[in-house]
Design a protein around this ligand. Structure first.
Ligand SMILES: [Cu+2]
Length: 185
């Protein structure tokens, strides 16, 4: 390709080509390292997001909700509990529960916003625990109930105590989205 009368320019071209090739192989090498690193992170993040026991619906990939545990039919002998989520209130047809009784929660979001359905423990006297403690010890949680939608799930309380049905989405709890309930023996 190089003409005899353009030697300088030809050798320049050669150098540039060599530099480009080196750069290309460097890019390839970095890509391979990056890919290896990424696949490592992916595996460990999967391991961290294993389904958590006692959580009715858990987040599998950050914002994605798994509805794998949501039941469309009540378990045998279950008491139906109608829960209504509003901006920013929670209503429930049952507020006194019993340990060991199967309950079938029918949770409807009648508000214009997305809400969470969760049951958190309170202190023994019924006063609320700090929100982060409530959340860590939550009995069950559906992270997102879309406006106008209904989710249904079976749940049996295993512990006597004071709890609350609540939504902890940003500002919702503080705005009034919590309802005290009691779980008796
Ligand atoms: Cu809410």
């Amino acid at each position: 390709m190089c003409m005899n009368d353009k030697r300088v320019s030809c050798s320049e071209k050669g150098r540039i080509t060599a530099v480009l090739q080196r750069a290309r192989s460097m890019v390839l090498l970095s890509l391979m390292i990056l890919l290896a690193a990424c696949s490592g992170i992916h595996v460990s993040s999967n391991a961290q997001n294993m389904p958590v026991p006692h959580t009715t619906a858990s987040s599998d990939t950050g914002d994605t909700i798994s509805f794998a545990h949501i039941d469309e039919t009540p378990s045998a002998g279950a008491v139906t509990v109608d829960v209504t989520l509003l901006d920013f209130k929670v209503f429930s047809s049952v507020t006194t529960f019993q340990v060991g009784t199967p309950y079938y929660f029918v949770v409807t979001n009648q508000g214009p916003s997305v809400h969470e359905f969760a049951i958190f423990p309170d202190k023994a006297d019924g006063s609320p625990l700090p929100m982060d403690v409530q959340y860590v010890n939550r009995l069950l949680e559906i992270e997102q109930v879309a406006p106008g939608s209904t989710i249904k799930l079976n749940y049996i309380f295993s512990k006597v105590g004071r709890d609350e049905i609540a939504c902890q989405m940003r500002g919702h709890y503080q705005a009034g989205m919590h309802l005290s309930i009691a779980v008796l023996k």
